[in-house]
Design a protein around this ligand. Sequence first.
Ligand SMILES: Nc1nc2c(ncn2[C@@H]2O[C@H](COP(=O)(O)OP(=O)(O)OP(=O)(O)O)[C@@H](O)[C@H]2O)c(=O)[nH]1
Ligand SMILES: [Mg+2]
Length: 342
Amino acid sequence: MKPEKLKKYYVKTYAELYKLIDQRMRTASIPPPPRTRDKLAKLKNALLVKLGVTYNTVEAELEKLIELLNTIAQMHSFYIELFMMKTGKRPEELVKKFKTYRRIARKIYNEYRQAIKTSLTGRDTVRYFKAGIGRLLSIYRRNSAAIQLIKEAVIEISKLPDITGDLVVIIAGMPQVGKSTLIRKLTNAKPEISPFPFTTKTIIAGHINMDPYGKIVLIDTPGLLDRPLEEKNPIEYKAVLALKHLSDIVLYMFDINPNSYYTIDQQLNVYTSIKKLLGDKEIIPIVNKIDITPNNLLFERINYLEKIIGKKPLPISAEKGINLEKLRKILVDKLMEKTQPP
Ligand SMILES: Nc1nc2c(ncn2[C@@H]2O[C@H](COP(=O)(O)OP(=O)(O)OP(=O)(O)O)[C@@H](O)[C@H]2O)c(=O)[nH]1
Ligand SMILES: [Mg+2]
């Protein structure tokens, strides 16, 4: 499912719901009571309609919320984890909770409708009416903090790209190594590029169509710092979740130019922690910015990295387009391996 589809479930805030109920109560058409001069019967008739309007509006909103949460529960685990990061709850847990509230709302409605019908004085009728409305509204009001978190999670998820493809390749690395520059060169995606860390704050997808073999999805991620998972900020954490849940393979980028933002050893530490996180998944190491790296330093650093990670990194310049055809070829081979097994 495309994340942007979540936008169709707009869930109201408490204030919006209150306003809507208020407006509907005012404009509700009240059917004429049986011909009677009985003032009490007229009053009951009008208040029952208004109570019904309130109940229906609250119930419809809870129903929409439940439908939204059920839809999220069926999404890719990547989105579910993002949802949990924001709300602290699994979507199924929340479905259960709001189903209970829906049942309670129905019970309150029936109880107070009955009380209004059987009340003996106008005063009692009004008292039951007010209490019923108050209790119905309080169900929603009491949950407004949780509903707000759900709304925020939905906004965030619905902005994320569609990541379905035949081969999902994640570009990872510390801030400023050139990840966004690379995805701009290889795909149609146009993320922002700047000389400041954490320019990329979310997950960005670009595609390479390789008909008839399939579609490669390249994913640009926020930069990762060299620190334990528990200390990562929410921006980095999105990158970690993408690596954990989405990737078929990972391109890990090093910036080896002499003025790089982070040292080689810092970049190696992040490489090692990603490797641990990925288990058996493949990481392809790349060294970027070779256009501004003197040759002797380039060889020295490539050898150093190879010795430690046991693989020769591919030297490229994302900006100048050096060796990008080689990189593209590697990705296409991986796609064929996956979609056309021998
Ligand atoms: N000389 C040179 N500069 C590059 C190259 N690739 C990227 N840069 C520059 O490095 C800086 C950072 O590039 P980005 O592509 O934004 O880096 P990023 O890894 O996406 O950074 P974050 O989003 O902050 O994690 C920009 O100023 C780019 O112009 C390259 O191959 N050569
Ligand atoms: Mg970036």
